[in-house]
Ligand binder design. Structure first.
Ligand code: IVH
Length: 704
């Protein structure tokens, strides 16, 4: 049906049409803003309807409601935000839950730095704001861009939104030429309650907590909505800066204060662990009276030179930790124990609970860890919870700490229903019925079917597309499950053949529920974008047991090229010989990891899957670390004691400079750093003609 020209509409016709159109636009706006997942209108359709409604309103202004959805500026839904690549990756923090974890953190730092227990070490202690992180880039003193965290490497461009936040300076005099400030956007508890009241009145979405409200308010395509929400900002760090902000965290924060940022008042420099823990208790005791939510404290090494020496791991810095406040607990009844089968075949018991509110969140599932945990035993076979096992029907105490998966912390055996039976942990896989075995000394029982088990195949696929692996936009767990159920995807390589299948088959993607032309073409584009991948991501994505991201990086650095890696693994399957020796000589790769790799490559189906996926990809070697360091690309072995630098620091330094650290000397070794007490390794190096240097020369190489 062709629409009549707006010009020829009668007022009555216009009224009728607006009555249809405005709710549609409203609904599309709401859906978009509520969950980023608009379904009711396709992009083009939204544009067209909104334009027409606006034209009608223009001709009949008397028909235009004051709050007409046509007035919301902003792009159509789905288009979303532009992307911004972070110049310096946004990291996460390791969590400490107990005092003991904090002690371990301090001890680890001392070990790394070679500091004894008596040596002073200052920490900055700050509240951990429960909001969302934002990176503000200032160029020549003006706010040039603001980006959300995203996946840590690429975030969303929310510059216009950030500019509406009062706590964020738009212009800073005397700022360094380039300065990226990071901090937390939050909403106060009062503003959150008020917002929800008015949302409720307007029939709009209410937010679950201040954090979600802050995130939902910042990520608005319609900036006027962000402006109408009350958001705050506390800075807590920085990324790229063209000039140092100070020698310590507290001096740098003082500088940010001078720049016009609001510094959280409950920060404190602490001289030792006791002071840290005291500050933790102080802030925890005022937690409920603060205007905003915090979920713990963050401890950071105050001295920025030490921070730099400590450096970062894959996802988190070595120099900081977050110490979570104690968890919330609640009692409820256990309705069932289910067994889930993981990617590596591990059988994990999961508690299905009568839903209960734990600190504001409704929980109905909790982990039961493993067989022993259900039976009331710890990893060493010693009783926990007084040796009380967990039975279906039991009253259990749920424990939810910060972002950890809820777990069951206690069982009330006095309220145990009559006839409750001890849980019989299955000895076969609940999915494929194969034998599930538990090796001596292992806490975990595993399905033995490997890729013969449907659950493992499916979990492996989910891992393959997960965030730190292939991370294909539009291909999440749900979609993978759908494709897996229908047999479209059986192994990773099938993902890259989806488009071909779609083009050639009788059934196209659009015929399937939940897919449209646009989403299908977006998916194929996202898949094409991933055909080219760096080696370490692929190695990690394979989901080989014990091969996490760090190991994947080490393997990729060591072997350089994918083909070298595969050849080496194929030659190591017998778990002996030179390829095997080389594998276990790689720093951080011991027998367990090496065996797992060898077993994977020895398995025909696994090998086939690896070959298939590699065949459809373009695999880039890991980028050489941009380093003019004389040790970049070299293989280094440390032996004997070191005096100026501890072994962990030396290894970390070598890896940062692009060197490979190995634990044994061979003809492939480039440099042996030998300290006092070096014995056979130094001898072997000399015999092989490998360069042997002293610690002082090493220090010269890494620029100390
Ligand atoms: S420092 C290298 N300090 O917590 C990461 N983070 O779990 C340095 N956060 O992404 C972060 N309050 O968004 C730091 N006082 C604080 C914080 C804080 C909240 C957030 C931040 C970070 C996340 C890590």
């Amino acid at each position: 049906m062709r629409e009549s020209e707006v010009d020829s509409l009668t007022e009555q016709e216009a009224k009728t049409e607006l009555k249809q159109l405005l709710p549609l636009i409203e609904e599309a706006n709401r859906e978009y803003h509520a969950d980023d997942d608009p379904k009711i209108l396709e992009d083009g359709e939204y544009d067209r309807i909104k334009k027409r409604a606006a034209a009608i309103e223009k001709r009949f202004p008397q028909l235009r409601p004051d709050d007409s959805p046509t007035s919301s500026i902003g792009s159509p839904p789905k288009e979303g935000f532009a992307k911004i690549a972070h110049a310096v990756k946004l990291l996460s923090l390791e969590n400490a839950f107990e005092q003991n974890d904090v002690e371990k953190f301090d001890a680890g730092i001392r070990r790394f730095l070679g500091y004894g227990t008596e040596k002073a070490l200052e920490y900055m202690s700050e509240p951990k704001i429960d909001g969302l992180s934002l990176a503000l880039r200032y160029e020549n003193g003006s706010l040039a861009s603001a980006a959300t965290r995203g996946d840590g490497s690429v975030g969303e461009d929310v510059t216009a939104n950030a500019k509406t936040i009062r706590d964020i300076p738009k212009v800073i005099e005397s700022a360094p030429e380039v300065m990226e400030i990071r901090g937390e956007v939050y909403m106060s508890r009062n503003d959150f309650l008020e917002l929800n009241e008015s949302q409720k009145e307007a029939g709009s979405k209410v937010f679950a907590n201040p954090r979600n409200a802050a995130a939902g308010s910042l990520r608005q395509l319609d900036v006027s909505i962000t402006r109408s929400r009350k958001l705050g900002f506390f800075p807590h760090g920085w990324g790229e800066v063209s000039e140092r902000l100070g020698a310590t965290v507290d001096v740098a924060m003082q500088r940010l204060d001078d720049f016009g940022f609001k510094i959280n008042p409950n920060t404190k420099v602490c001289g030792d662990l006791n002071e840290l823990l005291e500050h933790y208790r102080d802030v925890e005791s005022m937690r409920s009276s603060l205007a905003y939510d915090i979920d713990g404290m963050v401890y950071k090494i105050n001295d920025l030179v030490l921070q730099e020496r400590l450096g970062v791991r894959t996802h988190s810095p070595r120099w900081a930790i977050s110490h979570k406040f104690s968890a919330e607990t609640a009692w409820t009844q256990l309705e069932a124990i289910e067994i889930q089968v993981g990617r590596t075949g591990a059988l994990s018991p999961v508690a299905r609970l009568k839903p209960v509110n734990v600190g504001g969140v409704v929980v109905s599932n909790a982990t039961l860890h493993n067989e022993d945990y259900v039976a009331g035993l710890d990893a060493n076979g010693n009783p926990i919870r007084g040796g009380v096992d967990i039975r279906v029907g039991d009253w259990v105490e749920l424990y939810r700490g910060g972002d950890v998966i809820p777990k069951i912390s206690a069982v009330d055996s006095n309220r145990r229903p009559d006839g409750a039976k001890r849980f019989n942990f299955p000895k076969t896989c609940p999915v494929c019925q194969s034998k599930a075995i538990r090796p001596e000394g292992d806490a975990v029982r595993r399905c033995t079917a490997g890729l013969g088990c449907r659950a493992q195949v499916f979990e492996r696929l989910k891992h393959f597309v997960s965030r730190n692996a292939f991370d294909i936009e539009g291909l999440g767990d749900k979609q993978v499950e759908q494709f897996f159920e229908d047999g479209w995807i059986r192994e990773p390589a099938d993902i890259f053949n989806l488009e071909e299948k779609h083009l050639s088959g009788d059934e196209t993607l659009e015929d399937r529920e939940g897919w449209g032309e646009k989403s299908a073409s977006n998916l194929f584009q996202a898949i094409r974008d991933r055909k080219r991948i760096t080696m370490n991501r692929l190695v990690f994505a394979l989901g080989i047991r014990h091969v996490g991201e760090t190991v994947a990086v080490r393997l990729s650095r060591h072997y350089g090229e994918w083909s070298n890696f595969v050849t080496a693994m194929d030659s190591a399957v017998e778990q002996e010989g030179s390829a095997w020796d080389e594998l276990i000589s790689i720093e951080g790769i011991g027998n367990t990891i090496a065996e797992s790799l060898a077993m994977t490559f020895a398995n025909e189906r696994e090998r086939e899957i690896i070959g298939n996926i590699a065949a459809v990809l373009e695999i880039d070697p890991m980028p050489e670390i941009a380093s003019k360091s004389p040790i970049a690309g070299k293989t280094i072995v440390f032996t004997g004691t070191m005096e100026e630098m501890t072994r962990p620091e030396a290894k970390a330094r070598a890896e940062e400079a692009g060197a490979k650290v190995s634990s044994s000397v061979s003809s492939k070794t480039d440099i042996v750093v030998a300290g006092p007490g070096s014995g056979s390794k130094e001898k072997k190096a000399r015999a092989l003609g490998v360069q042997v240097i002293r610690e002082s020369e090493w220090l010269g190489m890494v620029g100390n």
